[in-house]
Design a protein around this ligand. Structure first.
Ligand SMILES: [Zn+2]
Ligand SMILES: [Zn+2]
Length: 644
C-alpha cells in the first residue's frame, strides 16, 4: 500500500470513497499493463482527493498518454469484474512474485521485483492476500469495492516522481495520480470546485489585492504584510480582543526568544527541536559579570536597571551556570504564559485565569513544505491559556466552544467539524499520561459539552495529545474546500512540569488544569482561508479599503465635497480613500472594482447640490442616489455590527 504500511485497523477505517479510489488504482494498473506489459508496480494507496500508483517503466508516461490509459480503464469498469480476494501462504505469494505474476496480467519474464520485496517485509503474523479483477492479480491487503463497475467516474490527473519507499537510495519511480468518484455528477462538481479554487487562490489574490508578499532577502516562509493585509489583521485582532475581554480574558505580552532551559522544562526540547529554528549561542550571557563592556554605567530606565543589579543580587551564579547561553526563537507561547502564571502566587479565588496574546511564533518548516500563507515559518497566533480547577473545567470549555460558534456565524462558516481525539486506555503510561481518572473525567466533560451544545463533532480514539484530549477544528470554505484552522487542547501534565500551583480552600497546593485554545488559529492560515472563502470580496468591516469616493471630474467644489465626506468617514476610523485624479469616472470605477473596494461613493454635481451620494457596492453595482447622512450612518452600523 503506501510507503508506510497501513495497519489492519487503519485499513478497516478506510472510507467508502477511499476503497473506491484504491480500487481505481488497480484498474489503472490493469490498463497500463495492457499497454506496457513490462510495467513494474510498487505501491498504490488512496490519497486525499484521489489515488496514485507508483510504476517503474522505461516509457515516460505523460498526460499525452492519459486518454489511452483511461480508454483501457473504461473497458475494465465496463466489464464489471468482481474484486476477488484470495488468501495465500507466504511461499505462494513469493512464488507468484518471482514468476512476475503480481501486479500483472499473467506470468512474465521478469519477477515482480517490488512485490517480492513487499512480501518479504509483511509482518510474520499478518495474513497475505491477493486481489483479482479479470486477468489482473495484485498483492493487496484491501479493502476494495465489490466490482470494477462500482467505480462510476475516474480521471487521471498528473504524474510526479517518487523514490521507492521514499528513500533516495532506491530507484526513482513514476507516480501516476488520478481521482475517482461514485458517479459523473460528483466528479464534475469536484473539478468545478477546483477551477473556482484556482480563481480564489490566496497566493494569487494576495498579490493582486496587495495584501502580503514574500521576499528572498527576508527569507522563505516569512510573510510581509502590506498595509491592506495589515488592515485585515488589525480587524481580526480587534474582534478577538473585544470577544476575549467580554469573556474575562486578560492580555499579556511575552518576548520572541527564550533560553533553552524554558523549552527543556516544557518538554519541547529535545522532542520538538526539528520544528524549531536552531539556537543562538550567546557566550557573554553565560558569564554575565565578566562580559560587561568597560565604562558600563547602570542605566536610568526601570527595565535596564534590572540588568545592572550588583552581582550579589543578580541571581546566584549557580543559576547562571545552569543556563547554556543558548536562546531559541519562540515556537509556542505556552511556556511563557506558564511563567506568567508562576510569577504571582494564586489562590483558588483567582481562578479561572485566562491569559491571551496574539503571540508570534517561529517554526522551522522544511522549505519543500512551505506553501503561501498555509505553511509558514512565522505565525501570529490567536492564543490563550486558561488555568482553572477541575470543577471549573466544564464551564470554561463550554465558553471556548461558544466562542467558536460566535466566530463561525460572523464569518458565515456553515460547515465545520470538531475532531475530538481521546486516549486509548491500553496505552496509558506510554502514549498517554498515566492518569486514568483525569482522562475519563475531562473526556466525559468535553463529550458532554459537545453533545449538549449540538456541535457537529466526531470522536477519534487513540489520537489525543500526550497530556490530554484535544479537538481539531476543520472548516469548509464557501466553495467546499476543507481547512484545518485550530486546535484546542486540555493539558493536565505540563502545568505540573512547571510546578504551577494555586492555594486551594483547604490551604493545600493544587495543580491547575490548562486549556490551550486559538479559535482564530493564526493570522496567516486564517486569512489564507478567508481570502478563498470570500474570493477576496471581504465584508465591509473586514475590507482593506472599505470606501472609495469617486468624484465625476476634478472641479474644486466636487473635490471639496468629496474630501469632506472622506474626512467624516475617517473620523469614525473608516478606511476611506478619495480618487481625486482627472480620470474618467468609468476608469475610476473600474480601478476600484479591480481592488474589490467594498463601497464606492460616486459624486456628481447633482449629488453635491442635494447633499447626496450615488452608492455603489462591489459585486452589486449601482444602488442609486441616497442622502449623504443616511449612507454614512449605514456604513458605520454595518461595520459596527460586522454584518455579512
Ligand atoms: Zn488493493
Ligand atoms: Zn499552548
Amino acid at each position: 500500500m503506501s510507503d508506510e504500511r497501513k495497519t489492519p485497523e487503519q485499513r478497516a477505517q478506510m472510507t467508502d470513497l477511499e476503497r473506491l479510489r484504491h480500487s481505481a488504482a488497480h484498474v489503472m494498473a490493469t490498463a497500463i499493463l495492457r499497454i506496457w506489459p513490462e510495467a513494474q508496480f510498487a505501491a498504490g494507496p488512496p490519497v486525499e482527493n484521489g489515488f496514485y500508483y507508483d510504476v517503474d517503466l522505461p516509457h515516460r508516461i505523460s498526460p499525452d498518454d492519459f486518454a489511452q490509459i483511461e480508454a483501457e480503464m473504461k473497458k475494465e469498469t465496463k466489464a464489471n469484474h468482481t474484486f476477488e480476494r484470495v488468501e495465500v501462504s507466504r511461499a505462494e505469494a513469493l512464488a507468484l512474485a518471482e514468476a512476475g505474476e503480481l501486479a500483472a496480467l499473467g506470468p512474465r519474464p521478469a519477477a515482480s521485483k517490488f512485490k517480492v520485496d513487499i512480501v518479504e517485509n509483511i509482518p510474520e503474523d499478518e495474513k497475505i492476500t491477493l486481489y483479482r479483477n479479470g486477468e489482473f492479480t495484485d498483492l493487496c491487503a484491501g479493502p476494495h469495492v465489490m466490482r470494477t463497475g462500482n467505480i462510476g467516474a475516474f480521471k487521471l490527473t498528473h504524474v510526479a516522481s517518487a523514490y521507492y519507499k521514499g528513500d533516495e537510495k532506491n530507484p526513482q519511480l513514476q507516480r501516476i495520480y488520478g481521482t475517482a468518484f461514485k458517479n459523473r455528477t460528483e466528479m464534475d462538481a469536484y473539478f468545478a470546485m477546483l477551477e473556482e479554487a484556482k480563481k480564489r487562490d490566496h497566493r494569487k489574490l494576495g498579490k493582486e489585492l496587495e495584501l502580503f508578499t514574500f521576499d528572498d532577502d527576508v527569507g522563505p516562509g516569512l510573510p510581509l504584510w502590506l498595509p491592506r493585509g495589515t488592515a485585515i489583521i488589525e480587524e481580526l485582532e480587534k474582534l478577538a480582543k473585544e470577544t476575549e475581554f467580554a469573556a474575562g480574558y486578560q492580555r499579556v505580552r511575552t518576548p520572541h526568544i527564550a533560553r533553552e532551559q524554558l523549552y527543556l522544562t516544557s518538554g519541547h526540547l529535545p522532542y520538538y527541536a526539528e520544528s524549531m529554528f536552531p539556537p543562538m549561542e550567546l557566550a557573554e550571557d553565560r558569564l554575565p559579570s565578566l562580559s560587561r563592556p568597560a565604562g558600563f554605567q547602570p542605566a536610568e530606565s526601570e527595565t535596564d536597571r534590572q540588568d545592572a543589579r550588583p552581582p550579589s543580587q543578580a541571581g546566584s551564579l549557580s543559576s547562571d551556570e545552569k543556563h547554556s547561553g543558548r536562546y531559541y526563537l519562540k515556537a509556542m507561547n505556552c511556556p511563557h504564559h506558564h511563567k506568567l502564571f508562576a510569577a504571582v502566587p494564586h489562590s483558588y479565588r483567582d481562578l479561572p485565569l485566562r491569559f491571551a496574546e496574539y503571540g508570534t511564533n517561529y517554526r522551522y518548516e522544511q522549505s519543500g513544505e512551505l506553501f503561501g500563507l498555509m505553511r509558514v515559518r512565522c505565525l501570529q497566533m490567536n492564543d490563550a491559556h486558561i488555568y482553572c480547577t477541575e470543577e471549573q473545567f466544564e464551564d470554561e470549555f463550554r465558553a471556548v466552544n461558544d466562542m467558536y460558534l460566535k466566530y463561525f456565524k460572523i464569518f458565515g462558516i456553515e460547515k465545520y467539524v470538531m475532531r475530538f481525539s481521546t486516549h486509548e486506555p491500553a496505552k496509558l503510561g506510554q502514549k498517554f499520561v498515566d492518569n486514568p481518572e483525569l482522562w475519563k473525567k475531562t473526556e466525559d466533560m468535553v463529550r458532554g459539552v459537545l453533545q449538549r451544545s449540538g456541535i457537529n463533532y466526531i470522536e477519534v480514539p487513540n489520537e489525543a495529545a500526550f497530556y490530554g484530549p484535544k479537538i481539531d477544528v476543520q472548516v469548509w470554505s464557501a466553495i467546499g474546500r476543507e481547512f484545518s484552522i485550530a486546535t484546542n487542547q486540555v493539558d493536565f501534565a505540563v502545568p505540573e512540569r512547571f510546578g504551577l500551583v494555586y492555594k486551594d480552600r483547604d490551604n493545600t497546593d493544587k495543580t491547575p488544569l490548562c486549556i490551550h485554545r486559538a479559535p482564530l488559529g493564526t493570522h496567516e492560515r486564517f486569512i489564507g482561508f478567508l481570502i478563498e472563502h470570500y474570493a477576496g470580496n471581504f465584508p465591509l468591516w473586514l475590507a482593506p479599503e472599505q470606501v472609495r469616493i469617486l468624484p465625476i471630474g476634478d472641479e474644486a467644489p466636487l473635490i471639496e465635497y468629496a474630501r469632506a465626506i472622506q474626512t467624516e468617514l475617517r473620523a469614525h476610523e473608516v478606511r476611506a480613500e478619495l480618487d481625486a485624479s482627472s480620470d474618467h469616472i468609468k476608469a475610476k470605477i473600474s480601478a476600484a472594482e479591480q481592488m474589490k473596494v467594498h463601497t464606492m461613493l460616486v459624486i456628481g454635481h447633482r449629488d453635491l447640490e442635494a447633499n447626496a451620494v450615488s452608492l455603489r457596492e462591489h459585486g452589486k453595482g449601482n444602488l442609486g442616489a441616497r442622502p449623504r447622512d443616511e449612507v454614512i450612518a449605514g456604513i458605520l452600523s454595518a461595520i459596527k455590527e460586522r454584518r455579512g
